[in-house]
Ligand binder design. Structure first.
Ligand code: PNS
Length: 172
């Protein structure tokens, strides 16, 4: 008698989307916590063609990978345009995970979460941001570091030297 192998349930995959220009310690905290909740986390670098960043999408992907080396179950992809819901459907992700630092974040994120659910039923899971990192955003980190302020601890160790180097020598 042969025994069929048990059906392997498909992995519960979520997506952490963002521009990550560059990844901050707040982002890393959210991705790590998402990795504890889901079988697999895909960190999706969504390049905004209308907005030139400090880092190219491929560089942001490298910085994310180096910052998440110690977190199993995470991969980092660059998504070249299109809707987030279509990407999530393509890779069979069941949810988007986002961190919320404040009511301002909620006001920004809620319409997108509702629109994504309207479009395909894609759910969004909000995780409260670490209160110690509530003031941390990619744009503030760039501004402070650009004026010589100390941002150590606010970005992963792998990011700090490359951030300072890029601010000193921006892309042409
Ligand atoms: O880090 P950000 O810039 O706040 O991330 C916003 C992002 C990239 C997650 C959002 O703009 C997005 O999902 N863009 C993909 C295009 C899309 O699906 N737009 C409709 C959103 S309802």
């Amino acid at each position: 008698m042969t025994v069929d192998p048990p059906d392997r349930p498909s992995p519960r995959r979520c997506v952490c989307p963002g521009s990550f220009d560059p990844v901050t310690s707040g982002h890393v905290d959210v991705v790590r916590r998402a990795a504890a909740l889901f079988d697999e986390v895909v960190v999706a670098v969504l390049a905004n063609p209308a907005k030139r960043g400090l880092f190219t999408p491929a560089e942001r992907q490298d910085l994310l990978r180096d910052s998440l080396l110690d977190t199993p179950g995470v991969r980092v992809e660059v998504v070249d345009g299109g809707l987030l819901v279509d990407y999530c459907r393509r890779i069979e992700a069941v949810a988007v995970v986002k961190g919320l630092r404040s009511g301002t974040d909620f006001a920004y994120e809620l319409p997108m979460a509702l629109m994504n659910r309207h479009l395909t039923g894609l759910e969004t899971v909000f995780l409260p941001g670490d209160p110690h990192l509530e003031h941390v955003s990619s744009s503030l980190v760039k501004e402070v570091a650009g004026h010589g302020g100390d941002v150590s601890g606010l970005v992963p160790d792998a990011v700090l030297p490359r951030l300072l180097e890029r601010l000193a020598h921006p892309l042409p």
